[in-house]
Write a protein that binds this ligand. Structure first.
Ligand code: XIL
Length: 300
């Protein structure tokens, strides 16, 4: 195969990119996107601040634009994200009453997941709920602080009812190293959900890596999550300086685990990256394929 998407499809996987809606009018950007990738994640447009800027006032213009592009180009669509402490409007983060927040959270999930019902292959239902560092516990957030730790379970149950066909993912960063306390915290959550029948289908490893790439235990982590009976997806891959070896090793670890079902890079060209000065993607600032691109295509 001669493109990332087609190469990944040879093993039943997808290869996607995060897309910024405002760039869909850039023909170089869209040419690369349409040619190389077969899955799209909205980089920002499905987040709470974009979709429900004030209570029960839902705005889907920019998210729809991305969803329409995916549909017209026959790309899969990942949903990102329903419940997250960041890019959360202050009208939500200021709520102190549990009954109010519960109904606000569930309404948000129902309306957003409901709008794209049947169109999303995987939803990041809850994003980045675990704390950094050694605690292995949830981070402080309005959701944890007002609803308690059960907010994650509630969000997944609500999402399942709102879009029964979507795979429901827990997504986070710095959970790629098996020895990290944060990884262990997420592992315990997923194991508990599977044991109690709470609906969860996938774990998203964001995979924002430094120049050395994935930690040595990365494939172990992917395999151990998969062994719980969930898919694993690399949801936001970028690697500082984009070493070809680091990219190849990361992709190979996914391919070595049957339930690692897809990879998304967090942007298309280096100029599109949220870590732009680190040149972490597979296409350079002029839209040319980088060495890391060839390394990835070779491994797929
Ligand atoms: C980033 C976007 O790329 C930026 O454009 C935005 O300003 C901030 O968010 N983890 C996530 C993504 O789950 O949603 C974040 O995306 C990057 C870190």
């Amino acid at each position: 195969a001669t493109t990332l998407g087609a190469a990944a499809a040879q093993s039943g996987r997808y290869f996607g990119a995060a897309v910024a809606g405002g760039k869909l009018s850039d023909s170089q950007y869209t040419t690369i996107l349409n040619r190389e990738f077969n899955s799209i994640t909205a980089e920002n447009e499905m987040k709470w601040d974009h979709t429900e800027p004030s209570r029960n006032n839902f705005t889907f213009g920019s998210a729809d634009r991305i969803a329409n592009h995916a549909r017209s180009q026959n790309k899969q669509l990942r949903g990102h994200t329903l419940v997250w402490h960041s890019q959360l409007p202050s009208w939500v983060s200021g709520i102190r009453d549990a009954n109010t927040l519960r109904s606000v959270m569930n309404n948000h999930i129902n309306v957003v997941a409901g709008r794209y019902r049947g169109q999303i292959h995987s939803w990041d239902v809850v994003n980045e709920a675990f704390a950094d560092g050694g605690s292995g516990q949830l981070r402080p957030s309005v959701f944890r602080d007002v609803l308690g730790t059960g907010f994650i379970e509630e969000a997944f149950r609500t999402a399942r009812a709102a879009d029964p066909a979507a795979k429901l993912c827990y997504n986070d960063y710095n959970i790629e190293d098996w020895n990290a306390a944060k990884t262990q915290g997420v592992y315990r959550l997923v194991r508990d959900f599977k044991a109690r029948g709470v609906p969860i289908d996938c774990v998203g490893l964001q995979a924002h890596f430094g120049s050395g790439g994935a930690p040595a235990t990365f494939q172990t982590t992917v395999a151990n999550f998969a062994a719980l009976g969930v898919d694993v997806q690399l949801t936001e891959l970028d690697i500082a300086q984009a070493s070809p070896t680091a990219y190849a090793n990361t992709v190979r670890a996914c391919l070595n685990v049957p339930r690692c079902t897809g990879i998304t890079t967090w942007g298309v060209r280096d100029i599109d990256s949220w870590r732009g000065s680190e040149n972490p993607l597979l296409f350079d600032r002029s839209g040319n394929k980088k060495q890391a691109y060839d390394a990835v295509l070779n491994v797929l």
